[in-house]
Design a binder for this molecule. Structure first.
Ligand code: PMP
Length: 470
């Protein structure tokens, strides 16, 4: 018998860890109850301290593209660990990982590895400021770019779940350097640049936002960001920490800018997306990518999948901008554990395994699960919409979402959020772990098979009834 319950462990954690968690999104803040303390995870399943096994749709918030504890990834990490945990000196694996990223995302001419997505976006913003000599940064409401001071205004993810405008502890003078615009609103973007374009260093965006729930970019929105920033000498930063190497071999950039995926918020079921691909597969390289791509950001940030479950993230992009980084240039950035050998081993093994088959499996399973859950809600008369950006999806509740789709943060917040907690708990009781907030994407892995889909299908009717009676 397990010795401690989740409740025991949560109580003990509260005595030494603020809120009992090391990241607020884990705390069940908006859904209530006690988070499951996980003891192990394999494939598409996680097991908690009480011995209960769940079909996992959290996927460690993104990294677990292949499923948990993939044997080849674990073996690569074990082999790396046996050679030493951290050297504070360069390793060949860092170069190999940068090369692997550049093969998949050729605009990434140079790449620097860091340990978290927060560091990656913070560095990207500093680089943009260093490159342009300007201070202001534009972000979109509902997008989340990590927890650095300047990027918490109107942030998604845990900031949205907590209903917070931003964070205490951020000096007003710092917050004032960030201009927040509504997502998917080209007019607002143009007006902002018309007024202050000469002061703006960069626009940072999630090219497929997934931290206010999944809100697909309107067709042409990423192109408009590219056009407006270029017109005003500002940089475009594509934050693909969440979407990178998850929605396709070249991230959302590959899917939309190269493959021509078009978001369809109004009738997502009606359109079949092209399967994500990159010419020649992930290891190919297409000399014509620049002509083919509808938009090319100056800088990208990556995290999650790139580290295969071990802390690793990256900032990359144009060589001339990236080479402003120390030691070559005047923009300082550093990290004791950057490019850590365990993390690079996990990242390399994960990217090597993440082939076209993995991406089409994940895309197919995401559609399947979204359709099953959507049908169950339909049967119970719960107004909703399942929104997709490639294999990322989430459910928006309420008649407005059902009728018009959710295109920005205001609409995401205006949905019938209260339906989510009972829906979530009904799934959890039936052994299906969803991300514990309506503002988070659901993460599917290549290890989600028929048995997992059947468990979700079996759980969906009761969850839909719970949402209906909320
Ligand atoms: N950017 C995006 C788009 C993210 O989704 C996240 C994390 N969910 C981050 C940045 C921050 O990454 P980290 O939590 O590794 O700091």
């Amino acid at each position: 018998m397990p010795s401690a319950t989740n409740a025991d462990l949560f109580a003990a954690a509260h005595a030494v860890i603020p809120g009992g968690v090391d990241s607020p999104v884990r705390a069940f803040g908006s859904v209530g109850g006690t988070p499951a303390f996980i003891t192990s995870a394999h494939g598409a399943r996680v097991t908690d301290a009480e011995g209960r096994e769940y079909v996992d749709l959290v996927g460690s918030w993104g990294p677990a593209l292949l499923g948990h504890a993939h044997s080849e990834v674990v073996a690569a990490v074990q082999a790396a660990a046996a050679r030493g945990l951290s050297f504070g000196a360069p390793t060949a694996a860092e170069t190999e990982l940068a090369e692997a990223v550049r093969r998949r995302v050729p605009p990434v001419e140079r790449l620097r590895l860091v340990s978290t997505g927060t560091e990656a976006t913070m560095t990207a913003v500093r680089l943009a400021r260093g490159a342009t000599g300007r201070d202001l940064v534009v972000k979109f409401a509902g997008c989340y770019h990590g927890h650095s001071d300047g990027l918490l205004s109107a942030a998604g993810s845990g900031v949205a779940t907590g209903g917070l405008p931003g964070s205490a502890g951020v000096p007003e003078a710092v917050a004032a350097q960030t201009l927040v615009l509504p997502y998917n609103d080209v007019d607002a973007l143009e007006a902002c640049f018309a007024a202050r374009g000469e002061e703006i260093a960069a626009v940072i965006t999630e090219p497929a936002p997934a931290n206010m729930g999944v809100v697909p970019p309107a067709p042409g929105f990423n192109v408009a960001i590219r056009r407006v920033t270029a017109e005003h000498g500002a940089l475009m930063i594509a934050d693909e920490v969440l979407s990178g190497f998850r929605v396709g071999p070249a991230g959302f950039w590959g899917l939309e800018a190269v493959d021509g995926w078009e978001a369809e918020v109004v009738d997502p079921g009606a359109r079949t997306q092209p399967s994500p691909s990159w010419p020649g597969g992930p290891d190919g390289n297409d000399a014509n990518w620049r002509e083919r791509a509808a938009w090319v950001p100056d800088l990208f940030t990556f995290g999650k999948v790139i580290g295969g479950g071990i802390p690793l993230a990256a900032v990359g992009g144009r060589a001339d901008v990236m080479e402003l980084l120390a030691p070559l240039g005047p923009v300082y950035q550093a990290g004791t554990l950057s490019g850590n050998p365990l993390a690079t081993a996990a990242g390399l093994a994960t990217l090597a395994l993440a082939d076209d088959g993995v991406y089409s499996t994940v895309a197919h399973r995401a559609r399947e699960i979204g359709a099953i859950v959507g049908a169950a809600l339909e049967d119970e008369g719960v107004p909703h919409r399942v929104q997709y950006s490639g294999s990322l999806f989430s459910i928006m509740f309420g008649p407005a979402a059902a009728a018009e789709g959710v295109r920005d943060y205001d609409a995401a917040r205006a949905q019938e959020t209260w339906r989510f907690a009972p829906f979530f708990h009904a799934f959890l009781d039936a052994g299906v772990a969803l991300p514990p907030s309506v503002f988070e994407a659901w993460f599917v892995s290549a290890a989600h098979g028929d048995a997992e889909v059947e468990r979700i299908a079996a759980a969906a009717p009761a969850a839909a009834r719970a949402a209906a009676s909320a």
